[in-house]
Design a protein around this ligand. Structure first.
Ligand SMILES: Cc1cc2nc3c(=O)[nH]c(=O)nc-3n(C[C@H](O)[C@H](O)[C@H](O)COP(=O)(O)O)c2cc1C
Length: 347
């Protein structure tokens, strides 16, 4: 563990507990921290390890079909008695069945990602007893989501790994935290140390969601090559995908740069040429660009192809320095938060 302070006083830990009280009560956890769902990474092993470490583990459903999700939830339950949630992507064609799968297992919280979930889906989940967490990319949408039934919100800044919006957490937090008090708001994106968690708690956040920092948890099944890339990576290497022509939009994804990200630029240029020469129609060209990354995260995380696969990572990747048990990472974050509070409030 980091030698952040020789001894952190109990009063400082008590203060962190107090600041985390609302968020921890919401999830039924020891700490108001969530493991951000990461496709292919947040499976039974990492999720159970995080939940057993006192935070809220979240299974990433990704493109799983309902029967596969059913198995993953059952397997997670076999590894932990603690609460955990499921992250569902709203574009999934079988979203309602996935919600039913969660409800059949009594999953306490469903996190909806990738867009605003339809009202009917929110109602179905809530009627079935689940609490709903949604991503709010702006204040107006945060208010709309609460009106639609969201029980809590995550605000995720562009520092995060994976699919990102355009606004940093620094700005989103100022824009949203002072105005949304009726539901707990959790912050995400670029959080790698406890000092930052303390600051956001003091700004009014109920807690924090963290992804990148947990990729190198010992319990995480990510390929050793993927973990090595994270340990080597610096903040400046984790960049969003670049779009070369505004007629062909590219969804920004933050990832470590590799051969794949270079080839993506060449691929876009080649497709653009074929479009300009009349060889490809506009929608064909768009699909061709979108297909470039199909299966790329799996290639990197599972197969270990870190040159051609997608190395989705947040800017906090520079703070990942070694493989550590999940419980040790959690203890480190909480201790850093408490030490920072103690430094500001000498006895
Ligand atoms: C490899 C990777 C995969 C991710 N996959 C998903 C996903 O499937 N669904 C989702 O809502 N967020 C996904 N995220 C975002 C995380 O849940 C989390 O919000 C983000 O990692 C927080 O930022 P941080 O990485 O800086 O901690 C992913 C992030 C990473 C790094």
């Amino acid at each position: 563990m980091d030698q952040v302070a020789p001894v952190v006083p109990e009063a400082a830990f008590a203060e962190i507990d107090r600041l985390m009280e609302r968020g921890a009560a919401f999830f039924g956890t020891r700490y108001a921290l969530l493991g951000g769902a990461m496709s292919w990474i947040s499976d039974r092993h990492l999720v159970a390890a995080l939940s057993n470490a006192g935070i809220f583990g979240v299974i990433a459903c990704g493109a799983m079909e309902p029967d596969r999700l059913d198995q993953e939830i059952a397997a997670t339950k076999a590894l932990t008695q603690k609460p955990f949630g499921v992250n569902l992507i709203t574009m999934h064609p079988r979203l309602e069945q996935l919600v039913d799968t969660c409800l059949a297992h009594g999953v306490s919280h469903i996190v909806f990602a990738g867009g605003i979930p339809p009202g009917t889906v929110i109602k179905r989940a809530k009627d079935g007893g689940a609490r709903i967490v949604c991503f709010a990319p702006a204040l107006a949408l945060a208010k709309k989501l609460i009106r639609s039934g969201a029980d809590a919100l995550v605000i995720e800044g562009s520092e995060a790994g994976g699919h990102i919006g355009p606004v940093s957490l620094n700005v989103l937090a100022q824009e949203i935290l002072p105005h949304i008090t009726d539901v707990p708001v959790f912050v995400a994106g670029g959080i790698g140390r406890g000092e930052a968690i303390l600051s956001y708690l003091e700004m009014g956040a109920a807690g924090a969601q963290i992804g990148t920092r947990f990729v190198c948890a010992t319990e995480c099944i990510a390929h050793p090559n993927f973990k090595k890339a994270f340990i080597r990576g610096a903040a400046r290497d984790a960049l969003p995908t670049v779009q070369i022509d505004e007629r062909f939009p590219v969804i920004p994804v933050r990832a470590l740069q590799n051969q794949g990200t270079k080839r993506f630029m060449e691929h876009q240029a080649a497709v653009l040429k074929r479009f300009q020469s009349g060889e490809l129609a506009k929608d064909e060209a768009q699909l061709d660009i979108e297909h470039f990354w199909a299966g790329a995260l799996r290639r990197a995380v599972i197969d270990g192809d870190v040159e051609n696969g997608s190395l989705m990572a947040g800017q906090s990747v520079g703070m990942v320095t070694r493989e550590q048990p999940a419980a040790e990472i959690v203890a480190e974050l909480v201790t850093q938060a408490a030490a920072a509070w103690a430094a500001r409030n000498p006895a």
